[in-house]
Design a binder for this molecule. Structure first.
Ligand SMILES: NC(=O)C1=CN([C@@H]2O[C@H](COP(=O)(O)OP(=O)(O)OC[C@H]3O[C@@H](n4cnc5c(N)ncnc54)[C@H](O)[C@@H]3O)[C@@H](O)[C@H]2O)C=CC1
Ligand SMILES: O=C(O)C1=N[C@H](C(=O)O)C[C@H](O)C1
Length: 249
C-alpha cells in the first residue's frame, strides 16, 4: 500500500512542526488552511487528517472527514462538550483518535502514574495506612496559551482519580517561560514525596507522535481511540513481532 498523504489542518506552531517533520521524513502532505474552508474540497484529498487548528474549526473538520471517509487525528485541546460529541458521532464511520498530547513522554508519564496508583491502592487494600499519597498536578505553558488548565493536566488528574478514587488536591497552571510545556504530578506523604514530571522543549515531540498515529489510523476500524490506546496497540504489536509477550497485554 502506498504511503498515505497526510492532511494537516492549521498553519500555526503545531501544524508547522507536523508538516516540517513529515516532509523531512518523506511523507506527502496536504495543508488545509483553517481560514479558507471553501478550498478544502478542491483537488485530491488527503488519506488522513491531522487537526492542528482550534476548537472553532473542529466541526468543519469533522464534516470533511465524514463526507470523504477520512480517519481523523484530533490534536486540538480544550474542546467543548459539543465538539467532543460531534467527534463521537463521526467515530461511527471512521477512526477518530483523540490526541490532546501526542508526546511519547506524556504517554510514559501517564503509564508511570497509573502504575504508582495501582501499587499504592493495592497497599491500602492490604491494610497499610497512609499508603495513598495526596496528589497535585501543576502545568506550565508560555503566556501565549490562554486556556487553563491544559487538557493534559486534566487527563493526568482524571487518571489519578480513576485509579485511586480520590481527586488531586489541586490542578494548577502557570503561564510564563519558553515553549512548550511542563506537566508535573506531585505525590506527597507526610514524610516523603515523589514527583513524576515531563518537560517538552520542542513541538517535534508532538509532531513525531502525530505522524505515527496518523499512519496507524489509516486502515484501522472506525471507532473512537485515545492516543494512549494507539500507543498501547503499537507497543503490543511490536512486542508480538519481537516475541516479548509481557508487553503485549
Ligand atoms: N496534541 C498535542 O500534543 C498538542 C496540541 N496542541 C494544541 O493544538 C492547537 C494548536 O496549537 P498551536 O499550533 O500552538 O496554535 P497556533 O495559534 O499557532 O495555531 C492555530 C491555528 O488555528 C487557526 N485558527 C485559530 N482560531 C481560528 C478560528 N477561529 N477560525 C479558523 N482558524 C483558526 C490559526 O489560523 C492557526 O492556523 C491548540 O489547541 C493547542 O493546545 C499544541 C501542541 C501540542
Ligand atoms: O497548547 C499547547 O502548547 C499544548 N497543549 C496541549 C494541552 O493543552 O494539553 C498539550 C501540550 O501541553 C501543548
Amino acid at each position: 500500500m502506498p504511503e498515505p498523504v497526510l492532511g494537516i489542518v492549521g498553519t500555526g506552531r503545531l501544524a508547522a512542526a507536523v508538516g516540517g517533520l513529515a516532509q523531512a521524513e518523506g511523507h506527502s502532505v496536504r495543508v488545509y488552511e483553517p481560514r479558507a474552508v471553501d478550498t478544502w474540497r478542491q483537488g485530491p484529498a488527503a488519506d488522513v487528517v491531522i487537526d492542528c487548528s482550534a476548537p472553532a474549526v473542529t466541526g468543519q473538520v469533522a464534516d470533511l472527514c465524514g463526507e470523504l471517509g477520512l480517519p481523523l487525528v484530533e490534536c486540538v485541546s480544550a474542546l467543548p462538550d459539543a465538539q467532543l460529541q460531534r467527534l463521537r458521532a463521526l467515530a461511527a464511520g471512521v477512526p477518530v483518535v483523540l490526541a490532546a498530547n501526542l508526546s511519547l513522554g506524556n504517554y510514559l508519564q501517564t503509564r508511570a502514574l497509573r502504575s504508582v496508583a495501582q501499587v499504592v491502592t493495592t497497599m491500602a487494600r492490604a491494610g497499610i495506612d497512609g499508603a495513598v499519597p495526596e496528589a497535585a498536578v501543576l502545568e506550565r505553558h508560555p503566556a501565549t496559551k490562554a486556556h487553563r488548565p491544559s487538557t493534559t493536566a486534566e487527563l493526568l488528574a482524571r487518571e489519578w482519580t480513576r485509579q485511586t478514587g480520590a481527586d488531586p488536591a489541586d490542578v494548577a497552571s502557570l503561564r510564563h517561560g519558553p515553549a512548550v510545556s511542563d506537566h508535573t504530578v506531585s505525590l506527597g506523604w507526610p514524610e516523603q514525596s515523589l514527583v513524576i514530571g515531563h518537560h517538552v522543549a520542542s513541538l517535534r515531540a508532538a509532531a513525531a507522535g502525530a505522524i505515527g498515529v496518523a499512519t496507524w489510523a489509516v486502515g484501522h476500524a472506525p471507532g473512537s481511540y485515545t492516543v494512549h490506546e494507539v500507543f498501547d496497540d503499537m507497543v503490543a504489536a511490536m512486542a508480538r513481532a519481537t516475541g516479548r509477550a509481557e508487553e503485549s497485554q
